[in-house]
Design a protein around this ligand. Structure first.
Ligand code: GLY
Length: 309
């Protein structure tokens, strides 16, 4: 493959009446990403712009549409990285419309790999990013969910992945000049404890990338994805000679067997595309110079795509 993009919009039990919103959101993001690719843009700019679009779409648990934590606040995580081990990552960030833009600013700043909470806010303010109101990120449905589960003492965040809900967003890009980038953004999990950091901003867990190999983005229940070091694990399988598809499948198999985790991964590089998930659904889209635009959400869609991989 010479160039391409793969996107996900979360691995969860996406309800039937929400499938079209997911497919539309992924389709819009894929169209944007592929047109930027065709226009010879840089992989990192494409990955960032695609994730901004998905953060602005309330369908997804990232930016607008983020879950509320146990205190009824929005705390978001994001990461952007390129294949030269350059990384920008932000965690437990309150009330910014596009956390991925702040991750990108940290990437460009080069004085830290990751900033969290208050420190990330100070950094963002210094660069002129404006905080938004929690209401700007809050979708009415999420307030209803919060008020319902707030009273439910038996609810644990992992339940969200078995219930009808929404997910993290991510993109992996290989541009026409052979540069690779990965970007991931999330509002985390519903009713998460304040200060909780998920897999997304952790290099190796929520995302991983190595030159001339693969970029990987993960989604799902973050605690388990961290334990499995899921994105790096995909590269470990790839290094043993497995294809991108086999590498993602083996990593998800490890997640299921060893940590009983729930989630999905997407991967892309010169040797091709891979994706796998053990949740009922994962919204995804892929287009490369070898694969026509393909949007899917069910396991059977993944199987259909796999015939081309
Ligand atoms: N995978 C997103 C999270 O658990 O925060």
């Amino acid at each position: 493959m010479k160039y391409g993009i793969i996107i996900h919009g979360g691995a969860w039990d996406i309800p039937d009446n929400f499938v079209d919103n997911h497919l539309d959101g992924i389709n819009n993001a894929l169209k944007l990403g592929y047109s930027l690719l065709e226009d010879n843009n840089n992989a990192i700019d494409i990955a960032e712009k695609v994730v901004v679009l998905l953060e602005n779409d309330p369908t997804f648990d990232a930016g607008k549409g983020s879950f509320l934590n146990a205190l009824g606040k929005v705390e978001m995580d994001a990461i952007i990285a390129t294949d030269d081990y350059k990384i920008g990552s932000v965690a437990a960030l309150n009330n910014y419309s596009n956390p991925i833009k702040i991750a990108r600013a940290i990437y460009d700043f080069d004085g830290a790999v990751m900033l969290v909470g208050e420190g990330a806010k100070i950094f963002a303010e210094q660069l002129g990013f404006q905080q938004c109101k929690v209401e700007d990120l809050l979708v009415g449905r999420e307030l209803e969910r919060y008020l319902k589960i707030k009273k439910d003492a038996t609810f644990v965040p992992k339940d969200a992945f078995r219930r009808k809900t929404r997910g993290t967003v991510g993109a992996v890009v290989l541009d026409k000049k052979g540069r690779m980038a990965v970007a991931v953004s999330t509002g985390g999990t519903p009713k998460k404890p304040p200060g909780r950091v998920g897999d997304t901003p952790l290099f190796g867990a929520g995302a991983y990338i190595e030159k001339d190999k693969l970029g990987v983005a993960a989604t799902g229940y973050g605690e388990d994805l961290i334990k499995a070091l899921i994105s790096k694990r995909v590269l470990d399988f790839f290094d043993r000679g497995l294809s991108p598809l086999e590498s993602t499948e083996q990593a998800i198999s490890f997640l299921s067997k060893n940590v009983q985790g729930l989630g999905g991964v997407i991967a892309l590089g010169k040797k091709g595309v891979g994706l796998a998930f053990n949740t009922p659904r994962m919204a995804f889209g892929v287009q490369t110079d070898e694969i026509d635009s393909f949007i899917g959400i069910n396991q059977k869609d993944k199987e259909e795509l796999s015939k081309q991989l």
